[in-house]
Design a binder for this molecule. Structure first.
Ligand code: NAD
Ligand code: TYD
Length: 359
């Protein structure tokens, strides 16, 4: 049996592929990895799989129906895990079109191709098939301080082009279950961090900027709250949902770890100071408050009791253990950091942060 992973060259997808193929004791079914290799996709993340016949990489777009049809017919996967997406809120504000194309139209294409493909399968194969859609807590919108954390019943109130496009894709997945009986599962996870995280997102950006002695941009007052989850824990949760999740259900995944951005940045600075002291002084001196993100959600928090109750999943890492591992990984992978900081990355930094001075 094979599983089809989309977006498996990105941050979470590549961690998932590596974990899946490394997982001792679990069946290591081969993976077909369909990824368009946008700016966020990076085959270097998967370099350790070179020559491993259990990993078949296909460069292509989830919105390419002919390609998806061909992959389904050729490999007859028993599941699809859909990570492929445009994933950065700031980029969605600058250029929302790509988010509609991949997150909405791409998911639609995958669902349609899967629906037609399932009709050609024997009943037993069809019943065993799963379409797991990986989504975000951002579809639920912003929470007031002290409001209860998001449960699976919380209404969708997306506020950014990114979260609106993910909410739209979640709705499509739901509709394909209710209307066509597609055997879907949806996960809505909080902010991830860990190895192979592209340094446009807060934690890796702060690590690479701090190591380079560059300003650490904090949007607005820095008191926006996110729930943070180590990426390996997210991958374990997805494996649990794929194996034992109830078809048609949604599972929230979170780290029970709400923290304001400013505290995250200070923690990373302190760890770097400990692990690689800077003769110029504590890294916190580099913290720079800059103009806020338009429509910036104030707080996300996940109530992850359903996945614990039904599937027995809980995060293995605390924030303290996970962030320490992450900072160490970046210190030990300077070559990976240098490789991703290509011309295109420098262009993004110049476009997004250039002139973004204090609020
Ligand atoms: P990422 O941006 O690092 O990776 C996305 C991957 O998808 C890249 O490899 C890219 O090349 C690929 N891709 C983009 N468009 C494609 C297309 N049209 N066809 C095929 N491949 C395409 O994203 P990530 O942080 O790894 O997120 C993965 C998924 O998890 C996304 O669906 C995201 O919404 C969701 N998610 C992310 C987080 C987080 O904190 N990063 C949290 C919750 C949910
Ligand atoms: P990010 O990593 O982009 O994830 P998301 O927007 O999906 O939550 O941002 C995490 C938080 O950090 C968010 O509140 C925005 C903030 N942030 C900064 O303050 N400075 C930055 O340079 C970036 C990239 C994010």
């Amino acid at each position: 049996m094979t599983i089809l992973v989309t977006g498996g060259a990105g941050f979470i997808g590549s961690n998932f592929v590596l974990d899946w193929l490394a997982a001792g004791g679990e069946p290591t079914e081969p993976i077909v990895n369909l990824d368009a290799l946008t700016y966020a996709g990076n085959l270097h993340n998967l370099a350790s799989l070179a020559g491993d016949a259990r990993h078949v990489f296909v460069r292509g777009d989830i919105g390419d129906r002919l390609l998806v049809d061909r992959l389904l017919a050729e490999h007859r996967p028993r599941a699809i895990v859909n990570f492929a997406a445009e994933s950065h809120v700031d980029r969605s504000i600058l250029g929302p079109g790509a988010f509609i194309k991949t997150n909405v139209e791409g998911t639609f294409t995958l669902l349609e191709a899967t629906r037609v493909h399932l009709q050609s399968l024997e009943l037993a194969e069809r019943e065993a098939f799963r379409f797991l859609h990986v989504s975000t807590d951002e579809v639920y919108g912003s929470l007031a301080p002290g409001a209860p954390a998001f449960t699976e019943e919380h209404p969708f109130e997306p506020n950014s082009p990114y979260s609106a496009s993910k909410a739209a894709s979640d709705h499509l997945v739901r509709a394909w279950f209710h209307t066509y009986g597609l055997p879907v599962l949806t996960t809505n996870c909080s902010n991830n961090y860990g190895p192979y995280h592209f340094p446009e997102k807060l934690i890796p950006l702060v690590i690479v900027n701090a190591l380079a002695g560059k300003p650490l941009p904090v949007y607005g007052d820095g008191w926006q709250v996110r729930d943070w989850l180590y990426v390996g824990d997210h991958c374990a949760a997805i494996r649990a949902v794929l194996a034992r999740g109830r078809v048609g259900e949604t599972y929230n995944i979170g780290g029970w770890n709400e923290k304001p951005n400013i505290e995250i940045v200070q923690t990373v600075c302190a760890l770097l100071d400990e692990m690689r002291p800077d003769p110029a002084g504590p890294r916190a001196r580099l913290i720079t408050h800059v103009k806020d993100r338009p429509g910036h959600d104030r707080r996300y928090a996940i109530d992850a009791r359903k996945i614990e109750r039904e599937l027995g999943w809980r995060p293995a890492e605390t924030f303290e253990t996970g962030i320490r591992k992450t900072v160490r990984w970046y210190l030990e992978h300077a070559d990976w950091v240098a490789q991703v900081q290509s011309g295109a990355y420098r262009d993004w930094v110049a476009t997004h942060y250039g002139g973004r001075t204090a609020p």
